[in-house]
Design a protein around this ligand. Structure first.
Ligand code: PHE
Length: 466
């Protein structure tokens, strides 16, 4: 599969092989996008930030910022066909700018490492919850019992660390094997299955939950409940859930065949990802209200709500187990994307084998993960700036590094790259192209910077209503 790039004008190819088809790419990007972000993070952030208004801002960010950033990332990745660091350096030079654009790639590599350090811990929770469901621990459990199970599990560092270790092992294993084997297969089954199961859960929520209250919470915007910090969180979540701003999609784009439509692919991925997040919200909030739970519960929200529901429904142990297995898979296919930029970089830059690189990067991430493991236990009271170590890593990555990466990526694709280059990748200069270019030149960077400055309080409050 190794295809050395011939000197001269031969078409650029990736060192790591290519996706076997357009569908394979769509599946891989969807697999990267759909993950804990949709089912764990979206509901709890929406809950903490007051519901409807947060959701509305999130949706606006997905369409106005997420779409153009994703298209920019894929087109840069495919044009460079290298790891994000080398791709940015190469294109920066090729477009008559600077090799220093590689710093954008480097920031992405770092963001991926930091995100995976906590992502893997939460994925470890889902592993443990698969087991807990399977042995019937939630059958007939009360709200208090389910809460107690979550509390005592996450407080205890050892079992959490074991699950985190297991999950990192799984991730290293697949990343070491390369892009085509394993990865494509997993997504092909996992994404549709997850979708189906969410529909089953939706049926349950409609029958057994306070469905109207849940939907109302999720879709009636109450702007008084949303701070600028909340707006920043909504924007950060749009980045996080779509896997954009850190080079994961750029790395995947490097393996994309030339003839595939970037616009169509992006639209499909964005739709699927948003659909699953909204579904998760429509399942969880009716159950929250039916059981007198607190929507602002935080990172434990899904781990309390759903086990409670599974514990009460017929066949709940079975559905619960299947659900958590699917969630593990969803997290797994996302974790792979988080590691890919760093691994591709080590392979290309230092000539490491994929296996070596995966073990090195994975080991580092595993060690960093202890910051999060302990954030829910002995270090729960060790708080600074935004809260625990976990809170800070999450804030720094989702709300700062990803949006910043997004600005730089769109500015590069739409301002630095010449029209010919971007039009070639997007197959023509028609209306869709012009729409992308406008959004990538103006809407995305300006919106991101505006929210950013608002959240840190640099911009004055003129209307006085927020
Ligand atoms: N999008 C993934 C999720 O929602 C997380 C992720 C972020 C994956 C960035 C890859 C890159 O769970």
């Amino acid at each position: 599969m190794l295809q050395e790039e011939a000197a001269g004008k031969a078409p650029r190819t990736s060192l790591h092989g290519h996706w076997s088809s357009r569908l394979a790419f769509v599946l891989a990007v969807t697999g990267s996008a759909v993950g804990l972000g949709n089912i764990w993070k979206f509901p709890y952030l929406a809950g903490v930030n007051g519901g409807g208004a947060f959701v509305l801002v999130y949706l606006l960010c997905v369409v106005g910022i997420g779409m153009p950033v994703m298209m920019s990332e894929i087109l840069i990745g495919r044009r460079g066909r290298r790891n994000p660091v080398a791709t940015m350096a190469l294109l920066g030079e090729e477009e008559g700018s600077s090799r220093h654009w590689r710093l954008v790639g480097a920031m992405g590599v770092l963001a991926g490492i930091l995100i995976l350090s906590y992502y893997s811990v939460i994925a470890g929770w889902t592993l443990a919850y698969t087991w807990k469901s399977a042995v019937g621990m939630f059958t007939g459990a009360t709200t208090e019992q389910v809460g107690a199970i979550f509390g005592s599990f996450t407080e205890n560092w050892l079992p959490v660390a074991v699950c985190h270790t297991l999950f990192m092992g799984l991730t290293i294993f697949v990343v070491a094997r390369g892009v085509e084997r394993g990865l494509e297969q997993a997504v092909r089954i996992m994404v549709p299955a997850l979708f189906l199961l969410m529909l089953v859960l939706l049926g349950y929520a409609i029958n057994s939950g306070h469905f109207a209250a849940g939907v109302d919470f999720l879709f009636s915007p109450d702007f008084a409940a949303l701070t600028w910090d909340g707006v920043l969180a909504a924007m950060g979540q749009a980045f996080f859930t779509l896997s954009i701003g850190m080079g994961a999609i750029m790395a995947y784009g490097a393996y994309l065949p030339d003839e595939t439509s970037i616009t169509g692919t992006s639209a499909a991925v964005v739709t699927a990802d948003t659909g699953i997040a909204l579904l998760a919200g429509m399942v969880i909030f009716p159950l929250v209200f039916a059981n007198g739970l607190d929507p602002g519960e935080g990172p434990g929200l899904v781990f309390v709500t759903l086990p409670l529901a599974f514990g009460q429904m017929t066949g709940g142990a079975f559905f619960g187990t299947v659900f958590f297995v699917l969630l593990v898979f969803a997290a797994w296919t996302s974790a792979i994307g988080l590691m890919e930029p760093a691994v591709a970089w080590l392979v290309e830059r230092y000539g490491r084998s994929r296996a070596q690189a995966a073990v090195m990067v994975g080991g580092l991430i595993w060690a960093l993960g202890f910051g999060t493991v302990l954030s829910f236990g002995v270090l729960a009271d060790f708080r600074f700036y935004k809260g625990t170590i976990f809170d800070n890593v999450d804030h720094l990555t989702s709300n700062v590094m990803l949006p910043l990466g997004g600005v730089l990526i769109t500015v590069f694709a739409a301002w630095v790259m010449c029209r010919n280059s971007s039009a070639e990748e997007l197959h023509g200069a028609g209306a869709m192209y012009r729409l992308w270019r406008f959004a990538a030149r103006y809407i995305a960077p300006i919106a991101i910077l505006f929210v950013f400055l608002k959240a840190v309080g640099v911009l004055p409050d003129l209307s006085g209503d927020a």
